[in-house]
Design a protein around this ligand. Sequence first.
Ligand code: IMP
Length: 469
Amino acid sequence: MTEFFIFCNLKVFWYPDLPNGRIKLLNFYPISSRNPDALIFLLLNMPVQIIVGAQWGDEGKGKIVDLLSAKADIVARYQGGANAGHTVVIGGEKFVLHLIPSGILQPNTMCVIGNGVVIDPAALLHEIEMLKKQGIQVEGRLLLSQRAHLVMPYHQLLDQSKEADEMQKKIGTTGRGIGPAYVDKAHRLGIRLIDLLDAETLREKIGLNLQEKNAILSAVYGKTPLEAEAILQDYRQFAAQIKPYVADTSHYLHQAMAENKTIICEGAQGSLLDVDFGTYPYVTSSTPTSGGACTGLGIGPKKIDTVMGVIKAYTTRVGMGPFPTEIHDELGEQLRALGYEYGATTGRPRRCGWFDAVVANYAAQINGIDSWALTKLDVLDTFAEIKLCVAYRYRGKELKSFPAEIHVLENCEPVYETFSGWQQSTANVRTFEELPAAAQKYLNAVQQITRVPIQIVSVGSDREQTILR
Ligand code: IMP
């Protein structure tokens, strides 16, 4: 190992005998806001990197993870469940993933589903089948945490019944049973993958759960009680198919880190859907922010080298809840049509709006974001004017931080800076310098306001349609 200094205040350790000549550095953060180019060079050599969505999900994380995982040994998903939907296009072929990290599309990358994820075995097996049909090797390349909790049929029924109930607050969930599965985890009633593999424990836990769930389903929602035996039979079949993938994934990741392997920790959904920091109660029930990578994979915070935030060039949201920069007229519909903004999981039309730098700044703060990957710049290609929200005003005063009160957020007024559109295609541009001047100006404004450098710009859904700075 050699130790030396480059870029003024940066201390770098070089391990020439490791694959890819990996480097490890100290004093990383101070340089990040001053010298983006140095940062980019270094980011591609970071052993443990977290990728988070910095808006309300659907930022295009799947494409970014797919791209970066070409250089990664492992991609590890840390939270959420089959509520997520990643669409990745490779050479015109479309892959839709819900649970399995998009790293599976790179032939030499291992994929991990961590303990923080809730797994619907039927959805997982369906996804494995789809991938196999599309010629992707899954066996031997996917590991599932034995501590991950299962999504059960009663979770889905409870989720859907609650959403359909006029008396309850509608969140606009995906109906995949995610909230109730995390409720059971916290309530210590959950069934983990390790329990699935033990027939007697599985029987006992399903019985215990059904006593409670059937009472709620019939008394509160007027549903027919579920049969324990039918669920047991289905889940025993799932167990047999899933068993080869189950492992102690925290241990596996620790071994990989000891060997200095490159790991991408992939978050699902987005920071504003985080159960603690999102627009509560209009959130998902897990921790998409970067802290979730530690608890959801079983790795310590000191092992994380860098955090990349994924932002879309504009903003979208699915489901209910405040959205200050939402566009309610035909411009919003134009964005939806051009960006094909429909949920990959539910097909629901996404609400569309302008880029919100208040949200991006907040996401940078709660995640510790070092760099951005900005996606779907090409969707703005035809607009004559583009707006960027730089602040919120509430009752005549500018807010200093992102409000926790939902009624404040619902009633705050976005303060916009307006940029000229570039009105030419960026789909075939491959360097930042070749981008139209107006597009460069817009991206520079995003960097300046958020004080985070943009490392990747995506100008189309294909892997090739990417600008690496
Ligand atoms: P749940 O995660 O299904 O409980 O839904 C809670 C909220 O999160 C709803 O507003 C959903 O629309 C939203 N949500 C969940 N998963 C995603 C996603 O992958 N992209 C965008 N929104 C999501």
